[in-house]
Every structure is written in structure tokens, then in C-alpha cells.
Design a protein around this ligand. Structure first.
Ligand code: NAI
Length: 345
């Protein structure tokens, strides 16, 4: 198998090279470019294109990959909102890493919550400057407060356990809720009204885009903290900024941002930030932004490399692709190939 690996960072190479050398011996070409319609042609002569969260895998990109002979798109992530599945069907098989470490993301969500609530980043800046005042750093006990968790999947469930460990009450919303002890499944409206903190753990879809908007923010308790480690598009950022300015919201911890693709994962510290919304967000002292690092633990990187290479091996061996996704999947269709133990097409 020849693999065109897009959007490579040094930390990707460490794990993929190590595990590939130990077990697979595939030919991997590491490109720094993101995968999009301009760069898809680089995959000419490769069997597999390996891509990540901010690559643009639209109809045009897919058609080019198909034209140059790529048969598999191996997403080395869980989320796949950046892939146009309808276009991919019958052209490119698409696989992903459905789970690698839900703990990595859930623990990061809690780190953001603690950071925002106890203003750790402000304290860090102060003490480094020799300012030992604690004025303005007042937080609240998490113990006894209510966490509202949107999405009770793998990450949401770990986050719920962490919240319970802090002695919090938990409300959750999910159209297909998991049964979890001591967690009340409620409507979104009730969750917004009753939660002191709200953490988003659902995928970005047409129905979840901008679920956090001025209307939902108005329903929330005054001073509520919002945590988003899922996808930026879940939040209407301008509405979030208004909610923070009006003090309706008490803070936000964001690992993702709707327009992150031009910025996150890159060192832009010598450039002028052109995105005024992001720039405004970064001026707010009760907002903590991290650049999509929720997944970034040793355990998660190792697992991503292992599962991605195993996904590729299944493709090489013409087996059913365990982690394949297509726009038909998930629908209760008896004729679905995967229901009959085969690949999607
Ligand atoms: P999962 O598939 O295990 O769980 C997602 C849950 O969301 C499911 O229970 C599903 O029923 C629920 N859901 C679907 N539509 C919903 C809606 N309209 N409202 C509420 N819940 C809804 O996914 P997992 O592994 O827990 O990941 C969650 C999200 O975390 C991913 O979609 C991805 O966007 C994000 N993520 C972020 C990472 C980071 O580095 N910041 C890393 C990995 C994932």
C-alpha cells in the first residue's frame, strides 16, 4: 500500500513511522499540505489518502482523488463533518478512527472548565509577572452544581463520570440517550434552563449546527459556562460573544472554533490575526481557547496510528472495512452491504 499522508505534523510522524515500521511496512509519503481540491493531485500513484479534521474533502477533492487512482480515504480522526459522503459513495471508501481515547477529550473538557471557572490562565499570567493579587479570580464550587451534557456517546459518558467524581448533578440530552445511572435525560430546553455548566459532546450535523445561539443562550442560567470540545459549528460564535458581553454567560472554554481551519494547528504568532471574531473572542478574559488539542495525548496518538493502519490493512486485504462510513450507513436498510458483512460498495 502506498499512502499519501496529508496535513502532517511532527507528532503524527512519530507514531505512524514507529508502528508502520514495526508491523506494516507501507510506503508513506508525508505531505505538510492540507488535503483539498488543490492538493488532491499529489496523491497520484497512491492507494490511500490519509486526512485529518480540517482538510476539505468536498466533491471536487473526491473526484480528483478518484481520478488519480486513490481507493481509500483514511480519516485519522473520529469526526467526519468535513467529508462529502454522498460524493464519495461508489468512488472512495472512507474509514475513520471511531474511538481512540474518549478520556483524552473528556479530561480536556474538564481542564477547560476548571481553567475558566478558577481563572487558572489569568492567575498564571499574574504570578509570572510578580502580581500575587487574587482580585477578579473568584470562581464557584463545582460540587453540588449541575452539569448539562449534550451527547451521551463515548466522550460524553466519560465527561459525565468525571463530573460525578466532582460531586456534580448531571442532566443530559441525546436523541439516542445512553442509560446512565444517576443521570436524568431531559429536553434541550430543560438542560439549558437548569445547568450551571453546559458541555457539548455531540457531532456536528445539519441539525446540531449552531445549537448554541442567542435563543438558547437566553434560556440559560445567568453566569452559565459553556464548554465545547466537539466541533466549532455547534456554536454561533457571534451570539456567544454577545452572551458573554451581556454577562448572561459566565465564561466559555473552547477547543474548537467554527472557522478554525485556517488557524488551528499552525503557529500564526508572527501574523496579524485576520479573523475579527476570533480576535474578539481572545480578548475576553473569561474565555479560554485551545487549538483543537482535546485528542492530543500519547495514548490517543498511538491508538490513532494503530487503528488507521489496521483500517488500511483491511482495505489492502479486500476485507469488510470495520470502520467504514458512508451516507447510507446507520440507516436500517436490510440491503445495506455492511449489514451483510461487506464493505459499503
Ligand atoms: P459518539 O458517536 O460516541 O457520540 C456522539 C453522541 O452524540 C451519540 O450518543 C449521539 O446519539 C449524540 N447525538 C447525535 N445527535 C445529537 C443531537 N442532535 N443532540 C445531542 N446529541 C446528539 O462520539 P464521541 O466519540 O463521543 O465524540 C463526540 C464528538 O467529539 C465528535 O463528534 C467529534 O466532533 C468530537 N471530537 C473532538 C475531539 C477533539 O480533539 N476536540 C477529538 C475527538 C472527537
Amino acid at each position: 500500500m502506498k499512502i499519501a499522508f496529508y496535513d502532517t505534523k511532527p507528532y503524527d510522524k512519530i507514531w505512524f513511522e514507529k508502528i508502520n515500521n514495526e508491523k506494516y511496512n507501507y510506503k508513506i509519503k508525508f505531505f505538510e499540505d492540507k488535503l483539498n481540491a488543490d492538493t488532491a493531485v499529489l496523491a497520484k500513484g497512491y492507494d490511500v489518502a490519509c486526512a485529518f479534521v480540517n482538510d476539505v474533502i468536498d466533491t471536487q477533492t473526491i473526484n480528483i482523488l478518484n481520478d488519480v487512482g486513490v481507493g481509500l480515504l483514511a480519516m485519522r480522526c473520529a469526526g467526519y463533518n468535513n467529508v462529502d459522503f454522498k460524493s464519495a459513495f461508489d468512488k472512495l471508501h472512507v474509514v475513520r478512527v471511531p474511538q481512540y481515547s474518549p478520556y483524552a477529550v473528556a479530561e480536556h473538557a474538564m481542564a477547560l472548565l476548571l481553567g475558566v471557572n478558577r481563572k487558572i490562565f489569568r492567575a498564571f499570567n499574574r504570578t509570572r509577572e510578580g502580581n500575587f493579587s487574587i482580585n477578579g479570580l473568584l470562581g464557584f464550587d463545582l460540587f453540588g452544581k449541575t452539569a448539562g451534557v449534550v451527547g451521551t456517546g463515548r466522550i460524553g459518558r466519560v465527561f459525565i463520570d468525571i463530573c460525578k467524581g466532582f460531586g456534580m448533578k448531571v442532566l443530559a440530552y441525546d436523541p439516542f440517550p445512553a442509560k446512565i445511572e444517576d443521570v436524568k435525560i431531559v429536553s434541550l430546553d430543560e438542560l439549558y434552563k437548569k445547568s450551571d455548566i453546559i458541555s457539548l459532546h455531540c457531532p456536528l450535523t445539519k441539525s446540531t449546527k449552531h445549537i448554541i445561539n442567542s435563543e438558547s443562550i437566553q434560556q440559560m442560567k445567568q453566569g452559565a459556562i459553556i464548554i465545547n470540545t466537539s466541533r466549532g459549528g455547534l456554536i454561533n460564535t457571534l451570539d456567544l460573544i454577545e452572551g458573554l458581553k451581556s454577562k448572561q454567560l459566565g465564561g466559555a472554554g473552547l477547543d474548537v472554533y467554527e472557522e478554525e481551519s485556517s488557524y488551528f494547528f499552525e503557529d500564526m504568532s508572527s501574523d496579524i490575526l485576520e479573523d475579527d471574531t476570533l480576535a474578539r473572542l481572545l480578548t475576553l478574559h473569561n474565555v479560554l481557547v485551545t487549538a483543537h488539542q482535546g485528542f492530543f495525548t500519547k495514548e490517543a496518538l498511538e491508538s490513532i496510528a494503530n487503528v488507521t493502519l489496521e483500517n488500511i490493512k483491511e482495505f489492502e486485504e479486500n476485507k469488510m472495512l470495520t470502520n467504514e462510513i458512508c451516507y447510507k450507513c446507520g440507516k436500517t436498510d436490510e440491503n445495506c452491504n455492511r449489514n451483510r458483512g461487506k464493505s459499503c460498495f
